[in-house]
Design a protein around this ligand. Structure first.
Ligand SMILES: NC(=O)c1ccc[n+]([C@@H]2O[C@H](COP(=O)([O-])OP(=O)(O)OC[C@H]3O[C@@H](n4cnc5c(N)ncnc54)[C@H](OP(=O)(O)O)[C@@H]3O)[C@@H](O)[C@H]2O)c1
Length: 328
């Protein structure tokens, strides 16, 4: 009896290993004919989108790179092949126009993938220092704009049984304080992606989320973030300055300095995860990217909420002026 159990357990273990190896091997394989595929990416002026556009272009993929500014578009064109086409696209619904010529072009070439990469984080401050306009601005780009792009291109993706890649954030899994507008917009986007993935289950279109940790790009630039804290502090009422000033303000500003060192300097990892989602024969549904995403944020998910509150929570409120602003 013991011998039968041992043989059975060995068989199951070996089968599991073989299946894992096959999965790993398949996930390294790229789809055939990537040079016949077209991909549309938003937010290619800088950061992850820019790196992805260049990586896909080098592989021979026909890239339609959505840029916010003509300067960004011209720079990208100068660094890539003539195959890559740039399109000026502001995804904010109030400004949104899915350039008719792009859609006509894509009808002709076909569309394999859409990467919803464009995103903004215009505030770093407590909820009470954040204006309603800032909440709206973040949601207009990160959530409503992304939905508008998705809806515009889904018919083309359905024709090719293609892939939709949405860039969320690891912070949306853990409620990071100070960037509530950003975190909530990315959480909404994450759940939107999961709902859509399930709605499209039998359509051939697959939906993938990229959930990066901290990476050094424009969005995490520490000078820009410090400026956001100070701006929000200065314009808030004396009562709210007194409630959140002092320790909280100092805490945010020193946190930004720490984050500067801990943010990964390898944003190409994120572009590589996006490439895998678009071109691998065995793409994953979720991509957690970066050491902090794999260790710190994953660990937080296993801890009780009260412990996480203690780790991420702010120091006690203190009614003094923020020491960094005292000299200004
Ligand atoms: N860096 C990180 O640590 C991190 C972590 C998690 C998630 N993310 C997400 O990753 C994505 C890419 O960010 P990134 O880190 O590469 O920062 P980034 O360099 O600032 O890239 C964001 C891009 O989106 C563009 N953009 C902004 N508003 C837009 C609009 N209304 N319409 C079209 N494009 C617009 C920006 O153009 P301009 O440069 O002209 O403003 C920029 O090219 C974002 O969705 C971000 O939330 C970043």
């Amino acid at each position: 009896m013991f011998l039968v159990a041992a043989v059975f357990a060995t068989f199951v273990a070996l089968l599991t290993l073989v299946l894992l190896f096959m999965y790993w091997y398949m996930s390294l394989q790229e789809l055939k004919g990537v040079n016949r595929k077209s991909v549309f990416i938003t937010g290619c002026d800088t950061g992850f989108g820019n790196l992805l556009a260049k990586s896909l272009d080098r592989k021979g993929v026909r890239v339609f790179a959505g840029c916010l500014t003509e300067e960004g578009a011209a720079k990208l064109r100068s660094e890539t092949s003539s195959r890559l086409l740039t399109v000026i696209v502001n995804i904010s619904p109030s400004r949104h126009h899915t350039t008719g010529s792009l859609t006509i072009h894509l009808l002709w070439t076909g569309l394999w993938g859409v990467v919803n990469n464009a995103g903004v984080m215009p505030t770093f401050a407590p909820v009470e220092w954040t204006t309603m306009e800032e909440f709206e601005q973040v949601f207009n780009v990160n959530f409503f704009g992304t939905i508008a792009v998705t809806k515009a291109f889904l018919p083309l993706l359905r024709q090719s049984s293609g892939r939709l890649v949405n860039v969320c954030s690891v912070t949306s899994n853990c409620g990071y304080p100070g960037i509530s507008s950003y975190v909530t917009s990315k959480s909404a986007l994450k759940m939107f992606s999961v709902c859509l993935r399930r709605e499209l289950l039998h359509s051939g279109v697959t939906v993938h989320t990229i959930e990066p940790g901290g990476f050094q790009t424009n969005i995490t630039d520490h000078h820009r973030m410090a400026g956001m804290v100070k701006k929000a502090y200065k314009r808030s009422s004396p009562e709210l300055q007194a409630v959140y000033g002092g320790h909280v303000c100092d805490y945010l500003l020193s946190g930004i300095k720490t984050a500067r060192d801990y943010c990964s300097s390898k944003p190409q990892y994120v572009a590589d995860a996006m490439t895998h989602a678009l071109l691998s024969r065995m793409p994953k549904l979720r991509y957690l990217v970066g050491p902090d995403a794999h260790v710190f944020f994953r660990l937080l998910g296993y801890l009780p909420d009260r412990v996480v509150d203690y780790i991420l929570g702010w120091p006690a409120l203190h009614g003094t002026i923020c020491s960094e602003l005292e000299q200004e």
